[in-house]
Design a binder for this molecule. Structure first.
Ligand SMILES: Nc1ncnc2c1ncn2[C@@H]1O[C@H](COP(=O)(O)OP(=O)(O)O)[C@@H](O)[C@H]1O
Ligand SMILES: CC(=O)N[C@@H](CCC(=O)OP(=O)(O)O)C(=O)O
Length: 291
């Protein structure tokens, strides 16, 4: 027997959360910075595999903005983002198809499968999963970028029922079948909303939502809609579509949205299995959070 006084305390604590969450899917979005770092990606996939082994079904949505930036530079294509979303002329859309659905998704599938997960790569294009309309060219012409019109989660449900882990690349398609680049945070939020999940996770390189990006101690552990309004001036760049996506998910009935670091070891496990968490938990109203 181990010699400490309560050797299985952590297991007992975790069991409370396992009982609460098992057989109820989580939607987990992995950001481009994590996907480009082999060691971080392996660490994140290991944590996801542990969740899955506790019977928590997973739907993974991946980004790849960092990888596409690098490919565009190599190909001499422009990299322009407005309010955290990419301006996508046709040549950049072709590069996005190569990067997201090619190298980046295949690399992620390899890491997930190495961690023991039966991961299946799809995108919002498959079986009408994410339907969109092209973004209006006014006031900013984003080119081949979609605004989500609807999500049909039938394919995801079939894969989940079969015991698979769907891994979704950030594309959508119009009614006419035209494929459009779509921000991965937005895709994740819309999928979370359509599945009616309890939790949506964004795994990123920073610790969570920060009051001051240069000050690691300025992490906001719990935020609600009022906090987000107050923090508006410090929500910049890629954090803008993430916070918009979080709000959309909450409005559609998702219980909580979590911004968690993929750089800190076991941060995802701490967020799921402890009361203190590790990153930022966003809810509609923090006064309604059970102590
Ligand atoms: N208040 C903030 N708190 C945390 N990150 C912020 C904030 N404002 C801007 N950011 C930036 O947003 C980035 C996350 O967005 P993004 O680069 O699109 O991530 P991902 O690729 O993971 O989706 C962070 O790395 C950080 O540079
Ligand atoms: C329209 C739009 O912004 N599409 C994004 C899709 C990828 C993405 O969102 O990747 P991250 O999550 O890694 O930022 C892009 O082309 O960068």
């Amino acid at each position: 027997m181990p010699r400490t006084a309560h050797p299985f305390a952590a297991l007992h604590n975790a069991a409370v959360y396992v009982r609460r969450f098992r057989n109820r899917p989580f939607v987990v979005k992995l950001g481009g910075d994590i996907l480009e770092d082999e060691a971080l990606c392996r660490s994140v996939c290991g944590q996801l595999a542990l969740l899955w082994s506790f019977s928590i079904p997973l739907v993974i949505v991946h980004g790849g903005g960092t990888g596409l930036d690098a490919l565009c530079e190599r190909l001499g294509l422009p990299t322009e983002k407005v309010e955290g979303r990419r301006v996508t002329p046709p040549g950049v859309l072709d590069a996005a198809k190569m990067a997201f659905k090619g190298r980046i998704q295949m690399g992620l599938l390899a890491a997930l499968q190495a961690a023991g997960l039966p991961a299946v790569g799809i995108s919002g294009q498959d079986a009408g999963l994410v339907k969109s309309t092209r973004r209006s060219p006014v006031p900013v012409d984003y080119g081949m970028v979609g605004d989500v019109a609807s999500v049909d989660p039938a394919l995801l449900k079939t894969l989940l029922d079969g015991g698979f882990v769907p891994v979704v690349a950030p594309f959508s398609a119009t009614e006419e079948g035209e494929v459009l680049n779509t921000n991965a945070d937005t895709v994740a939020a819309e999928i979370a909303a359509a599945l009616g999940v309890e939790k949506l996770f964004f795994i990123l390189k920073v610790p969570g939502l920060m009051r001051d990006l240069k000050d690691a101690s300025s992490l906001v552990p719990l935020a609600d809609l009022a906090t987000l309004e107050e923090l508006k001036p410090v929500i910049q760049g890629g954090m803008k579509p993430k916070i918009a996506a979080a709000k959309r998910a909450l409005a559609a009935g998702v219980g909580s949205v979590h911004l968690v670091s993929g750089s800190r070891s076991d941060a995802i496990l701490a967020e799921v299995f402890t009361n203190e968490g590790s990153g930022t938990m966003i809810v509609s109203d923090k006064h309604e959070v059970a102590p």
